[in-house]
Write a protein that binds this ligand. Sequence first.
Ligand code: HPA
Ligand code: MG
Length: 219
Amino acid sequence: MAEPAARPEGTSGGIVIKDDWPGYELDLFSYPAHYCGDLDCVFIPHGVIMDRTERLARNIMDDLGDHDIVVLCVLKGGYRFCVDLVDRIKSLSRNSDRSIPMRVHFIRLKSYLNDQSTEDLHILGAEDLSFLAGKAIVGTGKTMETLLKYVEAFRPKLIKVAGLLVKRVPHNAACLPDYVGFEIPDRFVVGYALDYNEYFRDLTHICVISKSGKMKYKI
Ligand code: HPA
Ligand code: MG
């Protein structure tokens, strides 16, 4: 089985969004009126997310050869990315001479309160697993490390992780996904299923939450 292309050390392999990227003005796009005032900018528009996901799907197809795929969707933040990624893999598979069987499982992880990572990671509801993909965001990499240990116990033939976003955090993630959509600055983003205390999952773009948004939905 082919490995994804080697990455230069210290890089994630995703599209790099620089620290000084200001995002797009909110009013250039549409977004739910109930979030007016709660966001600073559109950081990654939905269409760009979809185009990047399509390319990741192709890379995954190219690497996977004839393996069956068991997709493990990491809820709740990964659900949009996972659905769209599986959709793209399915349509590429339909249009090729290689139809890849896919099963989808779900696992639920929770480690954030407000915008802070908490020590205790809860893994809720998992079944028998043999392959892995589909997390929306990797910050410290702690969650991903725990998850990998957990999945390895099922002795899958191969484990690959797809992450839509990797954050450039001060002590960079020890553990990076094999497939990365975007590498982003260390800012708290919401939308496309990513939440702040369960809000903003219903936003299609990935946006930066504003100070007043954080205050409004703080627990
Ligand atoms: N947004 C939402 N959830 C998260 C983030 C983020 O920036 N980082 C880790 N979990
Ligand atoms: Mg969350």
